[in-house]
Structures are given as C-alpha cells and as structure tokens.
Design a binder for this molecule. Structure first.
Ligand code: OAD
Length: 230
C-alpha cells in the first residue's frame, strides 16, 4: 500500500468558516500574536489569552468539516494516510481521518502549567482563571505558542521519511519547523500543493494547484483513488 502524508494548515478549514491567520481577514491581521500566542502574552494577561482561545473553541462547536476534510478520509480506502496538521481544530477527526498528528496542539484540550504532560479533554468551550489541574496549577490552552518547542515534530518527521505522495493543503509555509516538513520526504515523492496562493515550482515533482481546498482536494482524491494523477 502506498503512503500519502497530508500537511494541512488553516486554509483547509477556511471553507468551514474558521479564519486563517495571514489572509487579509486573518487572525494575525486583527490581533498581535505576541499578546495571544506566546508565553510572554500568557504571563502578561492570562485572562485575555483564555478569552481569545475560548472564543475560538466556542466557534468550533458551530462549524463542520468540509468537502476537503471528508475527501481525505476516502483516501484511506487505497492508501496508508497520515495527516500532519498545524490546525488546532478537530475537523480532520470529525471527517473520520484515522491518523492525525497535531503539530500546534488542540483547541479542545487544556494542559497543566505545572506539568505539560498533564493534558485534559475539555467538555465545554470555556476555560477560565481558577480552572486547575490535579496538582492545583492553572490550566492553559493546549496550544504550541510562538517560542515554544513543538513536541510532535519528531513524530511528524518520521512519517515523512517513507511518504510516496505528499499533499500540502492550505498553509502559507511560513511557520517553522512545520514548514520544513515539505522538504523532508524521499527525493522521489510526488508533492501536490493546494492553495489559491501556491507558489509555482520549476520542478515536475511538485505540482501547484491554485484552487480552494473544498474543490481541489475532492478532485485530486478522486484521481488518486483511480491512480490517475501523474
Ligand atoms: P496561514 O494563515 O499562514 O495560511 C493559510 C493559507 O491558506 C494561505 O496560504 C492561504 O492562501 C490558504 N487558503 C486560504 N483559503 C483557502 C482555501 N479555501 N483552500 C486552500 N487554501 C486556502 O495559516 P497556516 O499556514 O496554517 O500557529 O499558519 C501556520 C501557523 O501559524 C498556525 O498553525 C498558527 C499560526 O500562528 C499557532 O497558532 C501556533
């Protein structure tokens, strides 16, 4: 069975109604990421940080997986599929993808500020000051903030090494180390980049599809299922 590794970013969830970060209406155009997604921001104003992620978590209960997430699940009929996502939403899981690695954490989880191994599923959208772990320390969002290490990176990197096909969907590829993964597959792996703003590559192993994920992913998945993608 051939192996497909999917590297997804905010663009795959855009058509579900979740904002990206760097498009004209993106989250980091309206907010300073230093205030909301960094250890310093958390130290300066934890209430503000909790509220930002509470609003994003609340939104997650109102949105649905879209045609792109659903199509990726279908690939599992014929391929071993691993999804490496930078997204903190759970739309890949809701679409049924069996093997999802979250590089930047998960919105529906909280973790201890005393021991990062203590991670908890949140039943509701609100995480508040005073919500504590079993050690008595404040809980924080289970998100990898700027300046923090990316514990799942090594797991993701290992998955790249035997990829036959790599699908890069809806990511600006500007945040490292996530962006470096695209270069970590075997030299003969075929790479498809699906993003309306995808770069052009002078390389017949990298194919840029400059369309929205909701249209382009189901079309490409159909071709992949019919072995008709060369
Ligand atoms: P960005 O906002 O940087 O990039 C989103 C990409 O999605 C852009 O290249 C868009 O062109 C593309 N896009 C928009 N709509 C699309 C659609 N319908 N179909 C396909 N592509 C579309 O988001 P990421 O690359 O995911 O980290 O950002 C990486 C990380 O930066 C995030 O995980 C987040 C952020 O800071 C943390 O918060 C830790």
């Amino acid at each position: 069975m051939k192996k497909i590794v999917v590297i997804s970013g905010a663009g795959i969830s855009a058509e579900s109604g979740i904002s990206t970060f760097r498009d004209s209406d993106g989250l980091w155009r309206k907010h300073r990421f230093e205030d909301l997604a960094s250890p310093k921001g958390w130290k300066n104003n934890p209430e503000l940080v909790l509220e930002f992620y509470n609003q994003r978590r609340k939104q997650l209960f109102d949105v649905h997986e879209n045609a792109a997430h659903k199509a990726l699940k279908l690939l599992e009929e014929k391929y071993k599929v691993v999804v490496i996502t930078q997204n903190v939403d759970d739309l890949h899981e809701r679409a049924g993808s069996s093997n999802v690695i979250h590089l930047h954490g998960e919105l529906k989880k909280a973790r201890s500020t005393a021991d990062e191994r203590l991670v908890y599923e949140l039943k509701d959208w609100a995480l508040n000051m005073g919500d504590k772990c079993e050690l008595g320390s404040q809980l924080r969002p289970h998100i990898v903030w700027f300046g923090e290490s990316v514990p799942m990176f090594d797991v993701a990197l290992k998955e790249m090494h035997d990829a036959d096909i790599i699908l890069v969907i809806g990511t600006s590829l500007v945040v490292y180390p996530a962006a470096s993964l695209i270069h970590c597959g075997p030299p003969n792996a075929k790479i498809f980049i699906i993003d309306p703003k995808a770069q052009d590559f002078n390389n017949d192993k990298i194919i840029s599809i400059k369309q929205k994920a909701g249209t382009a992913v189901p079309e490409l998945v159909e071709k992949l299922l019919n072995n008709n993608y060369e």
